[in-house]
Every structure is written in structure tokens, then in C-alpha cells.
Design a protein around this ligand. Structure first.
Ligand code: ZN
Length: 134
């Protein structure tokens, strides 16, 4: 790995080692956080949780599946909205406890209609003013 550079996303895939699902560290609830990134421009679109089956479905179907913690059910992104995510590749981080799905999005990704779920910025520099103001 030494000497390799990861500064060219276009050639990222060929530089990666390939691992199996056994490399994933699921938490006590059997879940792993999955970040979805637009493969075309690198924009982070959303974060969801996958269990082993949701991750397996994502790898085998080419569509992004999650586990809904609130509904305790599988869901395929876009199954009701039509705003699906076509999987380009699925990456796993160094210690196996986070997944990065690089995908080709159809339409906006956030259920609010925003392109990305990350359309708000937390104010910086005044954190003390708001702590405890619940
Ligand atoms: Zn959202």
C-alpha cells in the first residue's frame, strides 16, 4: 500500500483491496452506518443503517437497502419515492465499522426533496450559547 496515492477518484476502484462481508464489524444491534455518496461528484447524499442482510441485498441487487430502526424493517431507497440509488461500488473503512456506498442517484435523495440530506450547516463559534437550551 505504501506509495499508493488515493487522490484520483476515477481510479479508486482498481486500487482497492476486495474483502468479504466478514470484514464488517456490526454493532451490538447488528447494524453498521452506511454513508451514501454520489459517485459522479463525491457529494454525500445520506446516511442510513444496514444490517448484514441489507448490506448483502445492496451488494447483490445493485440497489441500496437499509434497515429501518424505527420500523424494524428492510427498506430499499426509492421504493416509494422512485428516487433510487444505483450502486457503483461499496467501500468499507479501515476498522470495518462504516460503509461508504458510491452510487448513481436518481432524483433527490432526501425525503424532504432536497438533493442531499446534508442541506443544513451547524453554526460554529457560538456552541456555548445553545448548550442546554432545550
Ligand atoms: Zn434526508
Amino acid at each position: 500500500m505504501l506509495g499508493r496515492r488515493m487522490d484520483d477518484t476515477a481510479t479508486m476502484t482498481e486500487m482497492l483491496d476486495t474483502v468479504t462481508l466478514d470484514a464488517v464489524t456490526f454493532d451490538a444491534q447488528g447494524l453498521v452506518a452506511a454513508i451514501v455518496q454520489n459517485a459522479a461528484d463525491g457529494e454525500v447524499r445520506m446516511v442510513g443503517y444496514m444490517n448484514r442482510e441489507a448490506l448483502a441485498r445492496t451488494l447483490t441487487t445493485g440497489q441500496v437497502w437499509f434497515w429501518s430502526r424505527s420500523r424494524a424493517a428492510f427498506w430499499r431507497k426509492g421504493e416509494t419515492s422512485g428516487n433510487t440509488l444505483d450502486v457503483a461500488e461499496v467501500l468499507i473503512d479501515c476498522d470495518g465499522d462504516a460503509i461508504l456506498v458510491r452510487a448513481h442517484p436518481h432524483g433527490p435523495t432526501c425525503h424532504t426533496g432536497a438533493r442531499t440530506c446534508f442541506y443544513r450547516r451547524l453554526a460554529t463559534g457560538a456552541a456555548d450559547d445553545t448548550v442546554g437550551e432545550e
